[in-house]
Design a protein around this ligand. Sequence first.
Ligand SMILES: C[S@@+](CC[C@H](N)C(=O)[O-])C[C@H]1O[C@@H](n2cnc3c(N)ncnc32)[C@H](O)[C@@H]1O
Length: 302
Amino acid sequence: MNDYVHTPVLLNEVTTFLQIRPDGTYLDCTTGEGGHAYEVGRRLSSEGTLFMMDVDAEVLAIARERLQETAARKVIIRGNFRDMTRLLKDYPDTRFDGILMDLGFSSEQLTGTGKGLSFANDQPLDMRLDDTLKVSARDIVNSFAEGELADILWKYGEESRSRQVARAIVRRRHQAPIETTGELAETVATVFPARHTRIHPATRSFQALRIYVNDELNALDIGLRSAASLLKANGRLLVISYHSLEDRIVKTSYLALCENPVSGEPGFRRVNKKVIRPSDGEVAENRRSRSAKLRVLERVSA
Ligand SMILES: C[S@@+](CC[C@H](N)C(=O)[O-])C[C@H]1O[C@@H](n2cnc3c(N)ncnc32)[C@H](O)[C@@H]1O
């Protein structure tokens, strides 16, 4: 029996495509509670090494404990994968057989750690995965100009009613600051007719604010290039994304890396040209997996 809240997505596909060698060196850039990391770690011998990175110290502590019994050498690094090169400076010659990015947030962060990511349970409006960041979602909704708010909702949430939602937020905050996820969700919902769609009307606005607060798309763009440069020959980079903005960046970066390899260095190939999606069975068991897309890049031998 385990108490882990998060169910790892595409777990079989991840372990298969990583082609794990017991003495290999692997990096999980988004360790979370360690669901994927555990399955990688337990396939490694004492000659193998698993680097476990996450921007959130709380979930990383859970993963550390979870992997304690595995034989592999473990290196735990708290930080943002956009800074991967700097975070790995104490391991200058390390190159990886496999690197995983399972983007977004974990179910534990959604429901447990009070990061204010969800409207499903009312929490203080925060959304910072990294608690050292200065600006929270609360600061944004209560202080940004209406036009700026609308732009964020449009750009990062693809919210077609971005202007109306921004106007509703500004109107509401004139009465009192918006402090909780529940208050924000309620405010956004006023813009939509009841029973508008199957998903909650605040879903896109919450996604937009989370991406903006954590600067997720820039981090991904930078992190992907750093990760690719750290692969050994035949090493693989696996990225699981959960919405079209992320997937577009992964796809474009992979294509660019394949077409324009750094001169003098081995190039890359896309292992799967079509994205890998979860099976119907997985989606039925884990609703969170329904939007997952896995793309795999491989460094070719010199
Ligand atoms: C979907 S969860 C990972 C779940 C994990 N694979 C598992 O199976 O338990 C995503 C994790 O990535 C972390 N994260 C998101 N963006 C990050 C970034 N730029 N750098 C490092 N960690 C990040 C989050 O804090 C979260 O723990």
